[in-house]
Ligand binder design. Structure first.
Ligand code: FAD
Ligand code: NAD
Length: 465
């Protein structure tokens, strides 16, 4: 059997793994990365990128549709547009292919050795890789587990036939007439909204009493309103019980005796993700786990020396930018750097309509820590740029300490607010106070002025309200 040795072996080439390997290569570390599928992981192949491509295409189609016939918008009138989902998917696949090549190129440029195959631990320093051309042993001083996550399957609704995972729905060639989405979290709402805009009749079935339960009700309200405008049927406190006998509908209940069937051509199940650890040979190791996830410390070290874990396999928040930041840090640590995970916030963005952003503490989270807070909130309905874009729904909200005005959290809901997320994270990371944001000149006319206005409001003197 072929054997190779290296200083660092990274298992999984998703955003966590490939960033770690690139940075390690740049730092002169002799690095090998193993990937069983395509470079870029979930994010690039069946996650962030393809979903955002589809969401964008759906937005464009919806906009044009609302200019058709006698429904002119901005004075623009168009003929009735049509959507060719197969062509949309081909366009999306083209972007994914380009990025696959891009990641491979970056790894090669950093002199990282890429092994195509499935990795399995033999012990804490040795991994067996099954490739198409046979088995190979890799011995490594350091190993990073970056194997990511996979969709949770409900026992009552196994994937297959009309029951789709998020990966399946991202390769549909036709828009289903009736789409039922089980799970009103990130994926269900982002993709449910996109399919509604593309013409599907969408029903969301959410087990808790609120869609997007990770966000507070005030932030979610504009999303709920827009879903109603799009004709999406939102059912909360609803439990999926399984397919009906003809497999043409989803049986749901209120958790008790009351059951009914929702007709469905396709059922998308998006009820969370589980870590990819099976088949990895973890039983050969003595790793502490945190539930089903790999337990890590503030340096992404596991309980075994020389073994690190990053990204979704380590648990929530399962976000690509967290995985990348962990990957970059771990490469530096392996190169001898003195680094620790000391981030003040990990911004989260939900690409619904309107988009939702949260960085740092919400008002409720701050109060739960017994912090006395000042809150400033500014609506996009009072922002000139938002008016010019017919995007007046939503607001920016800042949460700051009442005593010294240190900004603890910033949230926003509104069209395009995903692009404000970096400004929010930067302010929190740099320890900004309300006066710093209020004192920064924000270019006019931009929607980012709502951020500055929210700071003025928290200071008690809003200018444009
Ligand atoms: P992954 O990206 O899952 O990569 C792990 C890699 O390891 C995979 O390529 C896998 O093939 C490989 N692997 C696993 N086991 C082995 C093995 N034994 N041997 C070899 N290789 C192995 N996050 C955001 O931040 N923003 C978004 O907009 C966003 N949108 C999303 C939309 C959808 C539909 C989905 C499903 C997810 C989305 N996410 C988003 C989440 C994001 O995709 C993940 O947080 C991110 O991909 C995690 O990166 P990772 O490197 O930890 O794992
Ligand atoms: P999620 O945790 O966001 O949402 C799952 C939802 O399903 C929850 O609202 C939950 O209450 C509900 N649920 C659970 N069991 C149910 C059941 N039996 N019936 C009905 N509802 C049920 O999970 P997701 O949408 O699958 O996304 C997985 C992860 O992917 C997220 O945690 C997120 O970190 C990541 N992601 C991020 C983005 C982004 O950053 N924009 C986009 C997509 C996915």
């Amino acid at each position: 059997m072929k054997e190779i040795s290296c200083k660092l072996l990274v298992i999984g080439a998703g955003p966590g793994g490939y960033v770690c390997a690139i940075r390690a290569g740049q730092l002169g570390i002799d690095t090998v990365i193993v990937e069983r599928s395509k470079p870029g992981g979930t994010c690039l192949n069946v996650g962030c990128i393809p979903s955002k491509a589809l969401i964008h295409a759906a937005d464009e189609f919806d906009k044009v549709r609302h200019m058709a016939g006698d429904k002119a918008m901005f004075g623009i009138r168009v003929q009735q547009p049509t959507l060719d989902l197969a062509a949309t998917m081909d366009w999306k696949d083209g972007i994914v292919d380009r990025l696959n090549l891009g990641v491979t190129g970056l790894l090669q440029k950093a002199k990282v050795k890429i092994l195509e195959g499935t990795a399995k631990f033999r012990d804490g320093k040795t991994v067996l890789v099954e490739t198409e051309t046979g088995s190979q042993i890799v011995r490594a001083e350091n190993i990073v587990i970056a194997t990511g996550s996979a969709p949770v399957e409900l026992p009552v609704l196994p994937f297959g036939g009309v029951v789709l995972s998020s990966a399946d729905v991202l390769s549909l060639r036709e828009v289903p007439r009736k789409l039922v989405v089980v799970g009103g979290g990130y994926i269900g709402l982002e993709l449910g909204t996109a399919f509604a805009k593309m013409g599907a009749e969408v029903t969301i079935v959410e087990a808790t009493e609120q869609i997007l339960p990770h966000y507070d009700a005030e932030l979610v309200k504009p999303v709920v309103k827009r879903l109603a405008e799009l004709g999406v049927n939102v059912l909360v406190g609803a439990k999926a019980e399984g397919l009906d006998d003809q497999e043409t509908g989803l049986v749901i209940s209120d958790g008790g005796e009351n059951q009914r069937t929702l007709p469905a051509d396709k059922i998308l199940v998006t009820v969370g993700r589980r870590p990819c650890t099976e088949g990895l040979g973890l039983e050969e190791l003595d790793l502490d786990m945190a539930g089903r996830f790999v337990r890590i410390d503030e340096r992404c070290r596991t309980s075994m020396r020389g073994i690190y874990a990053i990204g979704d396999v380590t648990g929530e928040p399962m976000l690509a930018h967290r995985a990348m930041a962990q990957g970059e840090m771990v490469a530096d640590i392996i190169a001898g750097g003195r680094r620790v995970w000391d981030k003040r916030c990990i911004p989260a963005v939900c690409f619904t309509d309107p988009e939702v952003v949260s960085a740092g503490l919400s008002p409720a989270e701050a109060r739960a820590q017994s912090i006395d807070v000042k809150i400033g909130q500014f609506p996009f309905s009072a922002n000139g740029r938002a008016m010019t874009m017919a995007a007046e729904s939503g607001f920016v909200r800042i949460v700051a300490r009442a005593d010294n005005h240190l900004v603890l959290g910033i949230q926003a809901v509104g069209s395009g607010v995903s692009e404000l997320s970096s400004a929010f994270a930067l302010a929190i990371e740099m320890g900004a106070r309300l006066e710093d944001i209020a004192g920064t000149i924000h270019a006019h006319p931009t929607r980012s002025e709502a951020f500055q206005e929210a700071a003025f409001k928290a200071l008690g003197h809003g200018l444009h309200m």
